[in-house]
Write a protein that binds this ligand. Sequence first.
Ligand code: ZN
Length: 439
Amino acid sequence: MESISTEIPLTFHSVKIIEYLLSRDKNIMKPKVYLIDVTNRDGVQTSRILLPKLSKTMLNIYLDEMGIYQSEVGFPTLKHEVNYINANLELVKLGVIKRIHLEGWCRAVPADVELTFTNCPELKHINISISTSEIMIQGKFQGKKTFKDIINSLVEAVKVAKRHGAETIGINAEDASRTELERLIEFIFAGKEAGADRFRYCDTLGTDDPITIYERTKALALATKFPIEMHCHNDLGMAEAVSVSGAQGAIESGVDSYINTTVNGYGERCGNCDLVSTILALNFSHALKNKVPLDEHIDLKKAWKIGKYASYAFNLPIPINQPGVGSNAFAHESGIHADGALKDRRNYELYAPEDVGRGEPELLETGRIITTGVYGGIKGFRHVYDKLGIHFHDDNEARKVLELVQYANLHNQKPLTDDELRFIAKYPEIVRKILTVQI
Ligand SMILES: [Zn+2]
C-alpha cells in the first residue's frame, strides 16, 4: 500500500506563519482588564439617592453600547426589582441589549440564590456576597457564625447557582481588604471547587492603598490562578487608584481582572470607583496604558452621553472638576494655560474633548416648546413623536403609547429624554413590564 507522507517541509513562509500564530495566541491569552459596572446595584442602594427602573434600563442599554463587559443590574431577591430584571433579560433575547452580561447580586446564602432563580429564571450571571473579615463576622453575626460557616454557606450557594444553570458565578468577599490572605485563598479555592468563575475583592470600607492592594492581589492571583474583580470604595479618595493597582497585581500574575465601576462614581458613602476615570486612567496614564491592557470593546466616546444621562436620572450634578465629563475638564483661562492650550491643546490637555464624546453642539430650545407626559393629550404627544420621526399606525396604537408615556413620566418624576421616548414607542410591552411592580 502506498503511504502518504504528512510531513510538511519548513519553508521560510511556513516558519513565518507559525511565528505569527504563536504571537497571535500569546495576545489572545494575554490577561486584560474588563469592566463590570455596578451603578444599578451599589450605586442605587446608596442613601438618599435612587433611580427609577426605566432609567436603570436605559443605563444597561448605554453600558452595552459603550462595550462594558457586565452590568450588575440589581437585586433579584427584591420584589420591586423582579419585573425590571426580567424585562431587561427579555431585551437580551430581543437583541436590544447585545453583548453585555446582565448579572444579579445576592447574598451567598443558598435560600437567596434559590429565590433569585425563582424570581428570574432566565438570569445567567450572578455574584454572591458574604463577609470574610473577622471584624465583620464578629460584628455582624455576633458569635453565631465562624469563618468555617461562611465557607460552607458560600459553597452551598455556588452549588445552587450551578444547579440553576448560572453561566458565570462571581464570589464576593465583603471586606476582603481587612481579611487575611490565607483566609481569602481558602475562600477562593472553596468557591472555585464548587464551580465559581471569579473572585471579587471588596475594599468595602475603602481602606486599601495602591501599593498594598497591588501586593495582595498579586499574591492571591499567584496562589490561586483565579480571575480577580476589584470592588473599591472612595472613602480615602483613592477608589480608582486602588482599583487599577489591584488589577495590575492580578494581571502581572497572569489572570484577568475585572474592575467594578459606577457611572460618575455614585455609590455608598463617598462613592465607588468612577467608570470614566478608570477608562481614562487605563488609556492615558503614561505607564499604565502599557502595563494594564483594557478590554478593546470599550468605547470611551460614549462617556459624555452616559455621564450626562446618569446625572440627570439621579438628579445629581456632575462636579465641575470631574475627570472627562466635568464642565471644566477642557476649560482654560489663566494666561499661561490659555496661551499654551491655544497654541497646541496637548500643552495642557492629556486627552481631547472628542476622546470622551464631547465637542458636538447641543440644541437648547429657547422658544415655544411642547412636551408630553403625565397629563399630556394625544395632540401634544403626536407633535413630540413627529419631531422624533416616529409615526404610529393608527390612533389606537398612539393612545396606548401615550398611556405608557404618562406612566413613565410619573415613574421618572422628570421630563422623559428623547431616547426614553423612542424606547417606549419601540418596546411598549417591555416598558409595561418595567413600570409594573408586583406586591
Ligand atoms: Zn460596594
